[in-house]
Design a binder for this molecule. Structure first.
Ligand code: NAD
Ligand code: UDX
Length: 465
């Protein structure tokens, strides 16, 4: 089957960029991205691409190349489902915050709603593609719902997890290490797989398009994120040991990364990983393992999260300890709030948890982030529900100018590795700060030697300064 009409449910960080790239690369395919969130859809349709709801380098150009030609953003979910041959489900699958599996299992209510809506609307056969990250065997539940109408419409379910990382989404989508497609092993399943392979083959070499059975595909996504997060927790575990022993975590990372079996990527020690995926997907893996009675497997992966929580906590604790055991009433400046550079996404950002700890210590926090809006910062803090919103408002001030954020401050903490931080006039910042002037570089991006020469008391992660 040649695909000429695609619908994607969910216009978020994955649905938006992924489908924009498909539309950009496949001018013969009409791609409609739908979402219940009318504000988000309006932002995707905004003439001014500065207002797109997702910030990713290069995304504006991709959207402009296809929007109105073969790329459409709409709130009319039913129409788009009805017209499409292939429907991607790219809705959010957050950690459950209630009931059975609370705090661990993935909340699949949005997935189920999509399946029910597709079942209700579809009048002809459809290929349904799981783009969201899902627990292994979710395709079975999706199929049960789709097949429950008894109206003779046939559905094929594919799993096509997304491996893009935020901040490099466009690059990752244009040139992925691999695309993974899982489907049924029978002839109809293989035909559906081939239909999707043909879409990607418009720009991706065939040898990088991997096909598997559905369960391998679903589980591979959770496995990939668990392995990646584990690397960060492993190097972060070593960072603490480095600080005690005189070793330098960057040197250790370089030394082990040159072993081709280990490799150099994803070995940057930090204040702890954030983002909407790693923690959620590992917790989900832990839950799945436990549900099969595999306690050792569950405990093994849970340790990655425990280590990450510890890394965030000890960064905050070190600030308090270094500032003579009290930050009460002291201005502490955060450079960066996003969970990594080149994104406006703050979900699970380490900054949120470090701020929370310092607010408990009665610090006055000043925040500057080049892409994150003030409302997002307060929403993140309020979501924790550790204190009243008015207390968060009283304890945190958001600045539009980094030099103002740093004026009169006792200490600067780098929470995100934005490139621009390196180019600031650090002498000017120093001159306008309280003395002694402290810098805590949670991303090891600043030049500690130069800062110390200026007069700062400088601390990074994983090195005794
Ligand atoms: P998101 O929250 O940014 O976007 C999801 C969108 O789906 C929202 O705009 C929401 O309004 C919409 N939605 C929910 N239910 C809907 C429904 N019934 N009908 C129409 N719209 C609906 O989430 P995201 O970051 O794009 O993640 C989506 C999925 O992709 C998740 O499963 C996530 O784990 C996975 N994933 C995310 C990333 C990433 O970097 N963010 C990478 C790979 C995979
Ligand atoms: C991750 C996966 O990389 C991606 O394949 C998947 O599709 C979604 O989840 P993402 O969360 O967008 O992507 O960004 P990633 O680059 O993986 O970074 C996650 C967190 O780990 C960030 O907070 C980042 O700063 C941190 N990190 C990453 C480190 O602290 N050190 C590293 O060496 C790498």
């Amino acid at each position: 089957m040649k695909i000429t009409n695609i619908c994607c449910i969910g216009a978020g960080y994955v649905g938006g960029p992924t489908m924009a790239v498909i539309a950009h690369k496949c001018p013969d395919i009409k791609v409609t991205i739908v979402d219940l969130n009318a504000e988000r859809i309006a932002a995707w349709n905004d003439e001014n691409t500065d207002n797109l709801p997702v910030y990713e380098p290069g995304l504006d150009q991709i959207v402009l190349s296809a929007r109105g030609r073969n790329l459409f953003f709409s709130t009319d979910v039913e129409k788009a489902i009805d017209e499409a041959q292939m429907i991607f489900i790219s809705v959010n699958t957050p950690t459950k915050t209630y009931g059975l599996g609370k705090g661990k299992a993935a909340d699949l209510k949005y997935i189920e709603l999509c399946a029910r809506q597709i079942a209700a609307v579809a009048k002809d056969d459809k290929i349904v593609v799981e783009k969201s990250t899902l627990p292994v065997r979710t395709a079975e539940a999706v199929k049960n719902i789709l097949d429950s109408t008894g109206n003779g419409v046939k559905f094929q379910i594919l799993s096509n997890p997304e491996f893009l990382a935020e901040g490099t989404a466009v690059e990752d989508l244009l040139n992925p290490d691999r695309v993974l497609i899982g489907g049924d092993t029978d002839a109809e399943g293989q035909a559906a797989i081939n239909a999707l392979v043909d879409v990607y083959a418009n720009w991706i070499p065939k040898e990088r398009i991997l096909t598997t059975n559905v369960w391998s595909s679903e589980l591979s996504k959770l496995t990939a994120n668990a392995f990646l997060a584990q690397r960060v927790s492993s190097i972060n575990a070593m960072s603490e040991l480095c600080e005690k022993t005189g070793a330098d975590v960057n040197e250790v990372a370089r030394a082990i990364g040159m072993d081709s079996r280990i490799g150099p990527k994803f070995l940057k020690s930090s204040v702890g990983f954030g983002g909407s995926c790693f923690q959620k997907d590992i917790l989900n893996l832990v839950y799945i393992a436990k549900s099969y009675g595999l306690d050792e497997v569950a405990d093994y992966w849970e340790q990655v999260i425990i280590m990450n929580d510890h890394q965030k906590r000890r960064f905050a604790a070190n600030i308090v300890k270094t500032l003579y055991n009290t930050v009460s009433g002291k201005k502490i400046t955060f450079l960066g709030w996003a969970f990594k550079k080149d994104t406006n996404d703050t979900r699970e950002s380490a900054a949120i948890y470090v701020a929370d700890d310092l607010l408990h210590e009665q610090a006055n926090i000043a925040v500057f982030d080049p892409k994150v809006e003030e409302t997002t910062i307060f929403r993140d803090l309020d979501y924790l529900a550790t204190r009243k919103p008015e207390e968060n408002k009283a304890g945190v001030t958001v600045y539009q100018d980094p030099y103002e954020a740093c004026r009169g401050t006792h200490a600067i903490a780098v929470l995100t590795e934005w490139d621009e931080f390196k180019g600031y006039d650090w002498q000017k910042i120093y001159d306008n700060m309280k003395k002694p002037a402290f810098v805590f570089d949670g991303r090891n991006v600043l030049n500690g030697k130069e800062l110390k020469e200026i007069g700062f008391i400088f601390t990074g992660v994983g090195k005794a300064y």
